[in-house]
Design a binder for this molecule. Structure first.
Ligand code: HEC
Length: 141
């Protein structure tokens, strides 16, 4: 008698795994969802890795810790960049640079100047202070 009363409680707490074995697959997430989540996770990890890698570059760290002088940056710009980007960054051979800081991060801008990744724009090697000045000027354009 006692075991008859206990049976429903036991069923709630100890589910028999042999009950309805087919329903297990019904509750699993669809494969597509899992694949999407894995891809998103990989993309997230990759962008964190790129972020950490770029911030670990000692040159970039130096530039970001210095405070730039935009007037000095304008002089550097007019001497090195104006041939292609115009005296005030209005664009010539190179694109118009107004509001370029809205399109590119600080690190993106530094990379653009020092990498030489986009010919015909040459690879520049400004001192960290000169780069900080230039960055300040570019962000005000
Ligand atoms: C020989 C010509 C030339 C010179 C000199 C030059 N650039 Fe460029 N620059 C380009 C060209 C061309 C592009 C477009 C590259 C591309 O995206 O394919 C460019 C792109 C850029 C961009 C990215 C613009 C955007 O919309 O994303 C920035 C920022 C920039 N230049 C800054 C500078 C600075 C700062 C200097 C000076 C230190 C400089 N450039 C000197 C030709 C030049």
């Amino acid at each position: 008698m006692a075991s008859c009363l206990a049976a429903p409680f036991l069923q709630v707490f100890f589910k028999n795994p042999l009950d309805n074995p087919i329903s297990r697959t019904d509750t699993a997430l669809p494969k597509g969802v899992i694949t999407t989540l894995v891809i998103l996770l990989i993309a997230l990890l990759a962008s964190i890795a790129v972020y950490l890698y770029r911030h670990s570059d000692p040159y970039i760290r130096d530039v970001l810790t210095l405070s730039g002088n935009p007037d000095q940056g304008q002089v550097i710009f007019q001497l090195n960049c104006a041939v292609c980007h115009g005296l005030n960054g209005d664009g010539l051979v190179g694109p118009n640079l107004h509001h370029v800081a809205a399109r590119k991060s600080k690190i993106g801008l530094i990379h653009q100047v020092i990498s030489g990744d986009t010919p015909p724009m040459p690879q520049f090697q400004p001192s960290p202070q000169a780069m900080a000045d230039l960055l300040e000027y570019l962000e005000e354009l």
